[in-house]
Design a protein around this ligand. Structure first.
Ligand code: HEC
Ligand SMILES: [Cu+2]
Length: 336
């Protein structure tokens, strides 16, 4: 392959970088913290790029001007040696300076990245294999509630997330909003961020945590403050009572078929703690930690055989007749 074809191909390979925007991109920041991270990244990239280019240019010049064969190799050229010594000393000093400046840039970036605001809205997120338990905390207990696999946050207000794990180490990462932070058993880590623009951003577990690690995602939905308050008000309420006969039957099946042993639906007898809280599952965007969209069809596929969709996950396959399955889907869908 001619060299120009090869370099053309290389350029083509780099083209997708242009598309680094979207709901999960550290290069398309939507919060003050991710903006800071990108800023630091660009400075590091720029400085390292310049240094690398200089090294390559000097290497090229050296190759072109190398000593001809035939010249005595050990012949000492004193003025040249002295000049080379000075150049090396100068480059050593420049390198030290660059490293110091970059360290300072990184330190300054971390200071604003890890700055704490005492008035932040506080969430607690507990990592489970392979889903996220989300608890909203407030001053009064009846403003605190639990949900799963989706966080909603107000735009422009600092949000503090306390991170814990119920089993192995996980890592909280919403590239559009902020950097990574580990969830560790027996220790609470904190991360804080302030979303700038409304939108739905994708979060992903960033620490290998077992078989279904790749299917451990969540949605971070940034809302206008008034919309957020309305959502919080609603989310805080218990589940609605089903009115349609099919949904009523679904509720009975949910209790009778063991679902209630693992799942909580606030305001009903279902109080299981092993799986995600389903009180308002009908108003969430995805199920099974971002694996499927929350549609009746996907809910049916999941409940009929969760082990097919996420092999190894901790929800067993339960034998259900198709009519029973439809009733349960109906019940869960109306849990808005
Ligand atoms: C042994 C405990 C257990 C039982 C019994 C169980 N589940 Fe689950 N369920 C889980 C776990 C654990 C998850 C999370 C799986 C994951 O995403 O890795 C889950 C996830 C779900 C989800 C998706 C929740 C979300 O937040 O995305 C739904 C819906 C659900 N279960 C419905 C049911 C129904 C309906 C039944 C009864 C037919 C049932 N489950 C029985 C443990 C259980
Ligand atoms: Cu993981």
């Amino acid at each position: 392959m001619p060299a120009w074809v090869r370099s053309g191909l290389l350029l083509l390979v780099a083209l997708p970088l242009v598309a680094c925007t979207g709901s999960q991109s550290a290069l398309d920041p939507q919060a003050l913290q991710s903006e800071q991270i990108r800023h630091t990244f660009i400075i590091f990239l720029g400085v390292s790029g310049i240094v690398w280019s200089c090294v390559i240019v000097v290497l090229g010049v050296g190759l072109l001007r190398r000593t001809r064969i035939g010249q005595a190799p050990l012949e000492l050229r004193l003025p040249f040696e002295a000049r080379a010594g000075r150049v090396i000393l100068g480059l050593g000093a420049t390198t030290t300076l660059i490293v110091l400046v970059l360290s300072f840039v990184s330190y300054a970036g971390q200071r604003s990245l890890f700055a704490k605001d005492p008035d932040a809205l506080t969430l607690k997120i507990i990592g489970h294999q392979w889903w996220w338990e989300v608890r909203y905390k407030a001053d009064s207990p009846h403003n605190s509630f639990t949900t799963a696999n989706e966080i909603r946050i107000p735009v422009g207000k600092p949000v503090k997330v306390e991170l814990e794990s119920a089993d192995v180490i996980h890592s909280f990462w919403v590239p559009s909003l902020t950097g990574k932070m580990d969830l560790i058993t027996g220790q609470t880590n904190e991360i804080q961020f302030t979303a700038r623009n409304p939108g739905i951003y994708r979060g992903q577990c960033a620490e290998f945590c077992g078989l279904q690690h790749a299917h451990m995602a969540f949605a971070a939905i940034a809302l206008r403050p008034d919309e957020f308050e309305r959502w919080r008000e609603h989310e805080n309420q218990s589940a609605v009572n089903p009115t349609a006969p099919l949904a009523k039957q679904g509720e009975e099946l949910f209790r009778g078929r063991g679902c209630a042993l693992c799942h909580t639906i606030r305001g009903t007898l279902a109080g299981g703690q092993l799986g995600p809280d389903l009180t308002h599952i009908g108003s969430r965007t995805t199920i099974a930690a971002g694996t499927l969209p929350r549609t009746p069809a996907a809910l049916g596929a999941w409940i009929a055989d969760p082990q097919h969709i996420k092999p190894g996950n901790l929800m067993p396959r339960m034998p259900l007749q198709s009519g029973e399955l439809i009733a349960i889907i109906q019940y869960l869908e109306q849990l808005k």
